[in-house]
Design a protein around this ligand. Sequence first.
Ligand code: TYD
Ligand code: MG
Length: 455
Amino acid sequence: MARSPSYICQSCGAVYSRWQGKCDACGGWNTLAQEAVAAPVAGAVRGGARGKGRVFALEGLKGDSREAPRVASGIAELDRVTGGGFVPGSVILIGGDPGIGKSTLLTQACAALARRGRRVAYISGEEAVAQVRLRAERLGLTDAPVELAAETNVEDIVATLGAGAPPQLAVIDSIQTMWSSAVEAAPGTVTQVRGSAQALIRFAKTTGTTVILVGHVTKDGQIAGPRVVEHMVDAVVSFEGDSGHHFRILRAVKNRFGPTDEIGVFEMTGHGLSEVANPSALFLAGRDLSAPGTAVFAGMEGTRPLLVEIQALVAPSSLGTPRRAVVGWDPSRLSMVLAVLEARGGLKLGQHDVYLNVAGGLRINEPAADLAAAAALISSLAGAPLSPETVYFGEIGLSGAIRPVAQAPARLKEAGKLGFSRAVVPAALKDAPDASPLALQSLGHIADLVAAIAA
Ligand code: TYD
Ligand code: MG
């Protein structure tokens, strides 16, 4: 069959017959690269699959779903993110910047499982076996019976893993280095990444092995992004953190078998990643209690309450257009809070530079952080430090109303546990606790907050 060269977006995998500067599908610029798309091999697929399209009754499967025991990795923070352990036959994609600690985390997970007598394989396409062993040595895990291999051809990998009893867990580090002989494209291209992922997913589904694919995320889009793989796998987990901090956060972005809002918190140490059981204490450590512009936000990450410090700096600007910079929070959310503070709270911020920072390198997505951010901003502008014993949570509406948020009891309980004595909360608190461990100050409008802090 004649093959025509195609142009494939290296970011999302969309196929075009002609080159163009922008990918219509994902909006990426200059992401198209020429690749030969292999025509399906005539007969091979159809012949092999004939008669295999069996159907099952939905009700007959009832019993099966209960019999899918999860395999706990032994690393509690990892199990929390996956929803209680690995589901047999599932495929997890773990993404993150190079050097963030993906290989370290997975080496530790493999060793923990192998020590409990499970067959575990770690396939590295980036490092030689000796390098993988060197890392294990640094982590003090050389005694764990993990099967190591340095291999990049998926057919070879599937053959190796398929020999004997299938492993409980197989780590592929990384999917960008894999290539399949069935796909006619250069290694590293989207077609190869997708073809390799397909073969490994098929292996996982047929053998019940949990497969973890590591994916590098590069900013310039040079390597085929794991975006295309995201749709194919059961769970996508991202490993985040910034190089200036030792904290690493594992976050489920997609999970067919569990929640997507749970996070796992780790700390990178000299001998690997250690779990952080009480992240609030960690994120609040080293607080400057006397400085204006810091407020403690009682947040939630999934089912876990998490206290973090929100820092604001509001200073007169020397620029025509004042600067607005934010780290760890949504910039458009900051713009909105600033606009509400001006329009409904009577503050004058138009001539001020505004900086907002979430301490500890955490990224917050919750609207409930509005009130803490507003408190920090007002405090910085007024030069009035907030009480170090107080936590804040609540969403701010465009009208200036402070709206209630979910899971107030859990937030208050965590704050009480960490020694806080007061909480500034929305007036119409939903599921208000009967006996709060903290003294509550209920506010209905942003103007009340301005009055309480700046007065
Ligand atoms: P690595 O797991 O190789 O990152 P990735 O696979 O995501 O590219 O880890 C890289 C960084 O972690 C590297 O800069 C060294 C550091 N590190 C430690 O600080 N302590 C350790 O025990 C290990 C193994 C690595
Ligand atoms: Mg690595």
